[in-house]
Write a protein that binds this ligand. Sequence first.
Ligand SMILES: [Zn+2]
Length: 205
Amino acid sequence: MARDGLVPIIIAEQDTRQVEVVMALRDVVVVGGENAEVLRKRAIKVTTFDDKLATLLDDMAETMLEAPGVGLAAPQVNVSQRIIVVRLPDDEYSLEEYGDQAGVLYEVVNPQISRPSNEMVDGVEACLSIPGYFGMVSRHESAVIKGQDRYGNRLRIKATDWLARVFQHEIDHLNGVLFIDHATEIWREEAQHGDPVTAGEPGRL
Ligand SMILES: [Zn+2]
């Protein structure tokens, strides 16, 4: 499992031989910053499901949680491949609001939106790659997300409401699209636009 010269650190050698898994935070690419052009590229399909992919997924999850964010696409860590991770929070409010979707880590390789609802809903979005900005974006109220897991097995997720929004936002990233491209309104964090950081804005994507 060692990579890039990093060696797993043995932290206890008695009975259990516990080994600390080496994971790493990755730098998040921001608009106007280093490597920003990756955010505008169409990411390529993943065809190899190996340890390198597993490590990338682990690092992406860790980076997303640390940010903190509720979703992250590989181009946001400067990897132009079709890979996303999503996790809604699992605090008391989120458990009530999102039920069994709260706290679940979704890893989707080569994700595709299938059966998007005709019904569209407006909602407030933010993005780890565009710090300090919010936007009002119209999204499909629900959709089925199809793709593959880290081993290449096919998976299918029924997403509604906020979860569906996060998936649509992340899949946009794989096509070089940012929420500011289709926001009907954009404002800065400081602007205190109708109190967007309460119930309507549970996380960054
Ligand atoms: Zn984003």
